[in-house]
Design a protein around this ligand. Structure first.
Ligand code: KIV
Length: 272
């Protein structure tokens, strides 16, 4: 691994270059400055301040109660811990229902929180929101598949894209988000082969979580990969702290495994 001090700040151009070179992109969530600094020291590409903070930090059952004030607060903390990784922050539930509202929310995450990119969930009407954000200079990451902010519409935290019709819809939404200017796409809990064919079709990098091995990169929730999430750990995740002597070693093992193409393995690929 190259020395961290020799690395410059990661940009969306670096992520695109990694996709084009077939080099896996690494991402983890973080919510505070201390973990951010530990994660940054591994040589990771991106850190996401996920609205999963509603679950793992605040103890809610869903991400719906997370507010823009929560996201700004935690994004600013993570920013203070980072030097190199690209910082992405989630737009929380109902903070981007119109282009105007999305611009106000994104402004807070970038100007007050110090994020370099915002992530939002869904296709359909979100395409116009993405276009408005991009037209105003905001870098955007889309999120399709299992979109936790839509938990009640989806009828639970359920695997997505199970049939041809669902895959066709997701494919057209992904292409529309890309055409609207999105720079990155997170795909959550979809079949591996579908994720692979969509990744090949899109020119923007695709980061998977429970989407198998044929995507451009991987993201996990920090507390899942440290094995400290309460309840059942998702089958696509792995407890990297088990077998490693310290949090720093566990974080390094995850990033090295993603960069080396050895995480995820077949055992992490979800059965439909
Ligand atoms: O909120 C989050 O942590 C996320 C990841 C699961 C991708 O959106």
């Amino acid at each position: 691994m190259s020395s961290v001090s020799q690395r410059k700040t990661v940009t969306i151009r670096d992520l695109l270059a990694k996709k084009q070179a077939g080099q896996p992109i690494s991402m983890l969530t973080a919510y505070d400055a201390s973990f951010a600094a530990r994660i940054d020291a591994t040589g990771i590409d991106c850190v996401l301040v996920g609205d999963s903070l509603g679950n793992v930090i605040l103890g809610h059952d869903t991400t719906l109660p997370v507010t823009i004030a929560d996201m700004v607060h935690h994004t600013a903390a993570v920013r203070r811990g980072l030097e190199h990784a690209l910082l992405i922050a989630d737009l929380p539930f109902l903070s981007y229902s119109s282009a105007e509202q999305a611009l106000r929310s994104a402004h807070r995450l970038l100007a007050e929180g110090g994020a370099s990119m915002v992530k939002l969930e869904g296709g359909g009407p979100m395409v116009d929101v993405v276009a408005a954000l991009c037209a105003n200079g905001v870098a955007v990451c889309g999120h399709l598949g299992l979109t936790p902010q839509h938990v009640h519409q989806l009828g639970g935290f359920r695997y997505q894209g199970k049939n041809d019709a669902a895959q066709q819809l997701m494919r057209s939404e992904a292409l529309a988000l890309q055409d609207a200017g999105a720079s990155l796409l997170v795909l959550e809990c979809v079949p591996e082969a579908f994720a692979g064919s969509l990744t090949a079709e899109l020119h923007i990098p695709v980061i998977g979580i429970g989407a198998g091995r044929q995507v451009d990169g991987q993201v996990l929730v920090l507390y899942d990969m440290l094995g400290i999430t309460t309840g059942k750990r998702p089958g696509f995740s792995q407890d990297f702290l088990a077998g490693h002597g310290s949090i720093q070693a566990a974080l390094q093992a995850y990033v090295d495994a993603v960069h080396g193409g050895v995480f995820p393995t077949e055992q992490h690929v979800l059965a439909r």
